[in-house]
Design a protein around this ligand. Structure first.
Ligand code: ACO
Length: 430
């Protein structure tokens, strides 16, 4: 069977052969389909990249119809069951699970970089007391490029590794400082005897005790949540990371841009929106009226639907289980009953079923975070910490890909044709 596509251009009657590789044609091959003259050739129009592969990647595989998510070929369910966030981070970055020695070395490299420069602390103190921690996080990660100018050496493998260590290690510290700042408590320095998530809980919640001891069940639950959020192929924020990085800027600046993309309520801000929605609904009795409103196009059922998953998001299944483990320690989140009933009704309702709208990763994660004591403003920040490894792995893959060029989509221009400048006196109000 020839791996080609024959295209007949009915405008000219000409037929073209376009090669197919890995189930795709190259958009640039369409340029040769032209009517002649000034016609620059055919292009595809694909707002929001609904059906356009922008890169080749070996990191994460998703089959949205079957509800499959794998990092480097390992199913997410097995990683959530057996792995840790740092081990999964190693897998995502280097492609293989580490040996004991490799994991020890990797863990040491991360632990060695958890502290931030004292001036970063001072810089963060400049934010107002009610600054949203995600805004603080984005700005501070961006500011890191001024503290680590060697981050500009993006084609030096050792330097890249160093920046990757810094980013994975310091984002929890920055996030914790942003949180402590928002509640007016002194920042807590990292405790490198603790695990990655144990130390993060320490920097968030330590009070006057000499040594903070994280609750083991909560530490593990957070680790699982971080594993589930570590990468998700070419989503909005990762595409931003790759696009910004393709200009060869340093990874701190690129990651600030990726985190900004994550901040939006349709992406990483969704679990914050879910909690607000559950609070607004208020009680199980109000659910039918709420569903009616959503179906009439007045608002969305937050935490439902996904661009890729057209069946149950595999991460949502694991998170639902984790929720019960956390509630075993913290007591049940009172909003859980509303969430469960909302899910039950939506999964039976023709509107949601026909549009293949299922709970996504964010439907339950907010309930867990809230039960663990995080304010809603911190939810997207938690997501950003976990996703940092995905962003830097995708960034490095992009840099090392010989096909990479600066990202620059085309447009279909629909504006005014050429016209002469009109002096002020000759203009009328429009
Ligand atoms: N509630 C109600 N209706 C919805 C929802 C929803 N959550 N999501 C999609 N729809 C409807 C749309 O109105 C549309 O209906 P129509 O065909 O009658 O016009 C149809 O389903 C398709 O929706 P699109 O917006 O075209 O789907 P898209 O793939 O562009 O959007 C998205 C995906 C952004 C995730 C969307 O489902 C949504 O807004 N969900 C709520 C926000 C959310 O939970 N985001 C988190 C995503 S996961 C993550 O980022 C980690």
């Amino acid at each position: 069977m020839p791996e080609t596509l024959s295209i007949t251009d009915n405008r000219t009657g000409k037929t073209y052969e376009v090669p197919i590789a890995e189930g795709a044609i190259r958009a640039t091959d369409l340029k040769k389909i032209t009517t002649g003259g000034e016609d620059q050739g055919l292009c595809t129009y694909d707002p929001a990249f609904m059906n356009t592969a922008a890169c080749k990647s070996k990191i994460t595989f998703i089959d949205g119809d079957k509800g499959i998510l794998m990092y480097r070929g390992y199913p997410i369910e097995q990683l959530a069951e057996h792995s840790t966030y740092l081990e999964t981070a190693y897998l995502i970055l280097f492609g293989e699970l580490p040996t004991k020695g490799q994991l020890d070395g990797w863990t040491h490299s991360i632990v060695m970089h958890t502290m931030v420069h004292e001036n970063i602390k001072k810089f963060m103190e400049g934010f107002t007391y009610d600054a949203h921690p995600m805004g603080v996080f984005i700005s501070t990660v961006g500011a890191m490029s001024t503290f680590y100018p060697d981050g500009k050496q993006i084609f030096n493998a050792d330097s890249r590794q160093k920046q990757i260590h810094r980013l994975i290690a310091k984002t929890p510290t920055i996030a914790a400082y942003a949180y402590r700042h928002s509640i007016g408590r002194p920042y807590v320095y990292p405790d490198n005897d603790l695990s990655f998530t144990g130390n993060f809980l320490n920097m968030l919640f330590k009070m006057t005790e000499v040594k903070y001891q994280p609750n083991k069940a909560l530490e593990r639950a957070l680790d699982v949540l971080f594993i589930l959020h570590a990468d998700h192929e070419q989503n909005c924020s990762t595409s931003a990371m790759r696009a910004i990085g393709s200009s060869n800027v340093d990874p701190f600046s690129a990651l600030a841009g990726a985190a900004a993309a994550l901040y939006g309520p349709l992406h990483g801000g969704a679990n914050e929106a879910v909690l607000r929605m559950l609070k607004d609904i208020g009680s199980v009795d109000h659910i039918p009226a709420f569903i009616k409103k959503v179906k009439a196009g007045d608002g969305r059922l937050m935490g439902f639907g996904h661009r890729v998953y057209k069946s149950y998001d595999p991460r949502a299944k694991i998170i639902k289980r984790t929720a019960y483990e956390v509630f075993g320690v913290t007591g049940k989140n009172p909003l859980l009953d509303i969430a469960l009933e909302l899910e039950r009704i939506a999964l039976e309702d023709e509107y949601f079923v026909s549009r293949k709208l299922y709970p996504n990763v964010d439907f339950y994660s907010g309930l867990i975070y809230q039960a663990m004591g995080f304010p809603v403003e911190m939810f997207a920040v938690l997501f950003a910490i976990a996703r940092t490894v995905g962003w830097v792995a995708q960034w490095e893959e992009m840099l090392l890909d010989p096909e990479t060029k600066i990202a620059r989509p085309k447009q279909l221009y629909e504006g005014a044709t050429a016209r002469d400048y009109v002096p002020m006196g000759g203009r009328s109000a429009y």
